[in-house]
Structure formats: structure tokens, C-alpha cells
Design a binder for this molecule. Structure first.
Ligand code: SF4
Length: 328
């Protein structure tokens, strides 16, 4: 599997940002002195500090191949390109999981394109997923989009390791970027539903989601605070060539660092992880350092040098070849 996503490194002005040291104190009070670096099989990954990445240990599967009804501006279905297509296994989720497990896969992310209501069609795969969880012992993560009651009930039966979804707190972003006839309240309703079904929610907040501008991120954080999740993931708009998001300007390092701080202070006991999407190039290095300074608990695909940087801060680094928060 290769990373087929064309990226570009946006211009950025180097700045020296000082993160409030209280963030480190909050981490120390609530968590062990360790940081976890995640590297799922979405792309090949190697740095001077980590060369043992396995793309088969945790695999992403799309239940719709490369098809999606929404055509979101930041994605244009490109995020589905690096995933395995369930159709190649005649649509049998169990057969696909069984074959992967034989080859050493320990966990899967079941993802796919959405329908026009923002739901990924997972329902018909629930019986196979229950069997895959029980018989094969796979860790199962899902991207359901905005799951309804029936889907939540099914996912609870699967005993999923995590339900990952973007939480959007701004109407313009929902309408113009996702092309969805939904409101921020619909996103909050999903958080409530996941909570009610005792599903381990892993909400993602995308910084700069509205064409590089921060609009609804604070409202998203407020919603998440009402239903403290298993893990919260912060990502930053990653401009992909060929989407509507090749923007000139991304959130500044100052804005990003401030949001890291606010998140750490708002959810002192919730693991917070810097997820896989963020700008490349020199900006990534600065963002990753700020994440560690802000006492976040993990980073996906860390920039070279972060293992050493973590050690200098007195935290013990470890690597997991899977999505944020997977633990095996
Ligand atoms: S941000 Fe983390 S949890 Fe989300 S897809 Fe990337 S690695 Fe997986």
C-alpha cells in the first residue's frame, strides 16, 4: 500500500511560540510519563528514529471503494484512495478480515464514503464485524460519519475499539465544505447517542477546516466537553492537491498552539492526540514540538526528532502501528 495523496507544503512564517507550562503540569498530574507515537497502515512511514513501521498491522478498509456521495471540499474522495476496497472480496467483510488476520493484521479501520445524509453504510456489515471481533480478535475502529440509532446499537454489539468522527461546530463549514443538510446540533446529537450506547467516541477536530480559517473549532470543543470521549484527536487542515482546499493560508502556529493549550486545559483527563493530518514540511516540525510542549498524549506520524524531543522532556516514547489511541 502506498500513500497516494498528493500534498504540498504551504508557506509559513517561522514564529517562536511559548506554550504555557501549566499544560505539562496537567499531563503529569493525570497521566504516566509517556507519549505514544502512532503509525497506521494508511501510508509508508519511516524516519531516522523509527524504521519498523508495518503497513499490514493496522489496515484501513473502505466499504464503498472510492465512492462517496458528498464530495467534501477538503477530501474529494481522495482519502479513500489509500484504503483496501471491500468490493475486491465480493463485499464479504468477514472473508476480508479473515484473510488479513492470516497475514498478521491485528486491527482494522472500517471506513468508506458517505451517503447524502453523511452516513457511511456500515449497517449491513455489522454481523460480519461481530464475528470478526469474536473469532479473529481484531481491534475494530469505525468511521461511521453521523451514525443513527440503529447503527449505534449495532456498533455496540460489535464491541468496537473506537468510533471516529469529525465534530463540526460551524454551520458554514457543514454546508459549504461537507455539502451536508445538517447543523452543529446534529453533531452534538451524535455525541450524545454514542455516549448513551456507551460507545468509545474518538472525536476529531480539524483546525482551519473552513478554507484554512478557524471558525467552529471552539464550539466543537465545547460540545465534546459535554460528553468526555475515550480519546480526542486534533488534526490540522492538510491541503491536498486536486481538492477545493489548496489554500494560501493555514491557521498560524500561534492559533494552533493556543488551541492545543485550550484543549489540554479543557479535557485534563482525556488522552488528546495530534492526528495524522497536518501540513508537511518545516511547519510540521514546529506543530509537533508544540503538541509535546502542550502535554498532548500522542502524535501520529511524528516528524523526525520528536522521539528525542520527548525524551528531553522526560517522557518515555513508544510506537504503535495503528490509529490514535489503539492499545495492544
Ligand atoms: S488522525 Fe489518528 S485516528 Fe484519525 S485516521 Fe489519523 S491516525 Fe487514525
Amino acid at each position: 500500500m502506498s500513500n497516494a495523496l498528493p500534498l504540498y507544503a504551504p508557506q509559513f512564517a517561522p514564529q517562536t511560540i511559548t506554550i504555557n507550562p501549566i499544560c505539562q503540569e496537567i499531563r503529569k498530574e493525570n497521566f504516566a510519563d509517556k507519549v505514544t507515537f502512532y503509525a497506521p497502515g494508511l501510508k509508508q512511514y519511516s524516519t531516522g528514529e523509527y524504521k519498523d513501521h508495518s503497513v499490514t498491522e493496522f489496515v484501513s478498509i473502505s466499504v464503498t471503494g472510492e465512492n462517496c456521495a458528498l464530495d467534501c471540499e477538503h477530501c474529494k474522495s481522495k482519502s479513500l484512495h489509500g484504503m483496501l476496497d471491500l468490493m475486491n472480496f465480493n463485499g464479504s467483510m468477514y472473508d476480508m478480515c479473515d484473510r488479513l488476520a492470516e497475514k498478521g493484521t491485528k486491527g482494522v479501520l472500517i471506513s468508506g464514503g458517505s451517503d447524502i445524509h453523511g452516513q457511511v453504510p456500515l449497517l449491513k456489515h455489522i454481523p460480519d464485524l461481530i464475528r470478526a471481533r469474536k473469532d479473529l480478535g481484531l481491534a475494530i475502529r469505525v468511521h461511521p460519519g453521523l451514525p443513527d440509532e440503529e447503527t449505534c446499537a449495532g456498533l455496540a454489539e460489535v464491541d468496537v475499539d473506537g468510533v471516529m468522527l469529525d465534530i463540526i461546530g460551524d454551520q458554514e463549514t457543514i454546508t459549504e465544505i461537507y455539502h451536508l443538510d445538517k447543523t452543529p446540533q446534529d453533531y452534538e446529537d451524535v455525541l450524545e447517542r454514542l455516549h448513551r450506547y456507551k460507545l468509545p467516541a474518538i472525536p476529531h477536530i480539524i483546525l482551519g477546516h473552513y478554507y484554512g480559517k478557524m471558525l467552529g473549532e471552539w464550539a466543537a470543543l465545547e460540545m465534546i466537553k459535554k460528553y468526555p470521549p475515550k480519546t480526542m484527536v486534533l488534526v490540522i487542515l492538510m491541503p491536498l492537491q486536486g481538492t477545493g482546499m489548496v489554500v494560501e493560508k493555514l491557521p498560524s502556529l500561534d492559533e494552533i498552539g493556543s488551541f492545543f493549550e485550550l484543549s489540554r486545559k479543557s479535557l485534563p483527563q482525556t488522552p488528546i492526540i495530534l492526528g495524522c493530518a497536518r501540513p508537511m514540511g518545516p511547519m510540521k516540525l514546529e506543530i509537533d514540538k508544540m503538541a509535546l510542549d502542550a502535554g498532548l498524549n500522542g502524535l501520529a506520524y511524528p516528524a523526525d526528532g520528536m522521539v528525542e524531543y520527548a525524551r528531553e522532556q522526560g517522557v518515555d516514547p513508544n510506537f504503535i502501528n495503528a490509529c490514535c489511541g489503539v492499545n495492544w
